[in-house]
Design a protein around this ligand. Sequence first.
Ligand SMILES: *Cc1c(COP(=O)(O)O)cnc(C)c1O
Length: 409
Amino acid sequence: MELPKQGTDWQTLKTQMEERSSHDVKWRDGKTAVYVFNAGPEVAKVQKEAYAMFMSENGLGPLAFPSLKQMEDEVIGMGLSLLHGPAGAAGNITSGGTDSITMAIKAARDFARAERGLSGQGNIVAPYSAHPAFDKAAMMMDLQIRRVPCRELLADPAAMENAIDDNTLMLVGSAPCFPYGLMDPIAALGEVAERKGVWLHVDACVGGYLAPFVRMNGSDIAPFDFEIPAVRSMSADLHKYGYCAKGASTVLFRSEALREHMMFHCSDWPGGKMTTPTLAGTRPGGAIAAAWAVMNFLGEAGYRAKQKLVTDTRERIEAGAQSLGFEIMGRPQLGLMAFGHPEVDPIAVWAKLYERGWFTGVTTEPRGLHLMLSPFHAEVADIYLADLQWALNAARKDSAESRAAPRYS
Ligand SMILES: *Cc1c(COP(=O)(O)O)cnc(C)c1O
């Protein structure tokens, strides 16, 4: 494909784009439980209009765009207040969870170099269930990542303690981890971090803007945030259960002094002093503005109502799946869940569900079906359970037939 010599009118292009999107997953029907968070048309309208209003503005220039700086500061303030940030805590909006995790690691590394005299290759000790963003960041910064096997699908504090050495610059816990949707024992990891004098990062990318409201709704969520004194940084994505437009996450620090280790300052070039907090140079004003608008549009009451739909739907699907003989992995409390089956391969069930238009996730160790639920799934949970029953029977029939077939090899 080459750049066309002449331009094409927008109506024609728009029609072409609509045609192309018709081959994508039908997430608006609720049959997708990965990649997209659907909080309904009212939230979508706020996201879109707020994004468009600030689409050309650039978060790189806080002096030029004090509006964006103020919105970013207010979003960070709201995030910190939900996650027990103490007085003096600080943070920034980033482009996503990977960006937040990368910047928290950069801060922890530079902190270890400055405060502890770390000189060799640093390492990060993380549970096996931690997100690959830690590996990506470690690869970019030439750090070693030590993934420690889980215990009953959760981070194992004793085994992780054994993996720490003088070059460990960060200990990681997830709240919750993506594969199973389970909250790691952050308080126990905090004790390890304190004993060893290591930076504890809580990856709340998928739970940071969900767990506080689930707790307000009455669930017994154990402490997982800055309430634990050893937690020095957190990642929490606005574009997941914060229901903000994509391209928005938060990276949060216990203090401004810790955040300073994330900052990049450069004046050794002819363009004047450049200061950026996160990986990006140009920062999309739309993503910042949409985050500010959605948070203020929903408020605590709006989030509590949306998050109740998510957890109620998860409970309905848990009960329905269990009645079909599926086994839920651990005790999920938020919007993610994974479940296996003692007789039928869940990935064969996944393939059958795909035939019926469902696009959902899987786990590989152990093998399971994986769901990341949105408020909109409340409307399709019964259809999912009916299709799950059909898919289970179809997969069971296939595997019985393949066992009965003669073997030639
Ligand atoms: C989604 C996710 C990430 C990465 O976030 P991106 O926005 O996709 O870069 C990291 N950790 C967890 C637990 C996540 O669920």
